[in-house]
Design a protein around this ligand. Sequence first.
Ligand code: ADP
Ligand code: MG
Length: 238
Amino acid sequence: MATVTLRDLRKSFGDTEVIKGIDLEIEDGKFCVLVGPSGCGKSTLLRMIAGLEDIDGGALSIGGEVMNDIAPAERGVSMVFQSYALYPHMTVYQNMSFGLKLAKESDETVEERVRNAAEILQITDLLDRKPKALSGGQRQRVAIGRAIVRDPKVFLFDEPLSNLDATLRVQMRLEISRLHRRLGTTMIHVTHDQVEAMTLADQIVVLNQGVVAQAGTPRDLYDRPANTFVAGFIGSPA
Ligand code: ADP
Ligand code: MG
């Protein structure tokens, strides 16, 4: 079970508090979409869950276990970044297997997990290519594949589709939805795209200046936005 629970979570950079006491529960296996204006703290929050930023206050737990002081690799969390962050000198296979090798998984396990992820994402025929020989959409699949091979309990997606053109974005949105159904993993997905939020989410969380403006189902937020800020973000006519 991988319910993600945030209790009064806080983070400052210098004197500036950017995450100002966030309480949130994302149930095991649910698809949570995080939206909010640029600079409101979405990436910082994901990085805190992934263990890439220290937590200054409050508690983060995953599956009931407090994670504040647990190393990133031990959290059962994989993150996909907007920039993809593929290693240019490595093949797709090497990119996908790198983290598993660092974690000292056996060659057999590495091969099996990479082949399995490649099959799910339909990139088996690209395994020997380098990233520069791939299209944007293919690179995005590799970045997602690299997250899948670690068999995480929780996926974090930080605007993974924002660098793709509109057509590809719709296609990858469907892929992510299919992936969620197939793996049943808890997902937290950041996007600027309202349609993406409304179609993917079991739960939408609207963040504003480091606090939760409203959290609920897409329907709840659309029909009953807590304020004009939320209405503006969700696109409801309030
Ligand atoms: P979002 O992803 O919602 O656009 P971020 O989480 O990236 O927002 O940033 C939230 C705020 O924290 C911004 O004001 C940003 O400038 C600041 N910030 C993020 N990372 C750092 C950092 N490493 N050092 C200082 N300030 C940071
Ligand atoms: Mg961001």
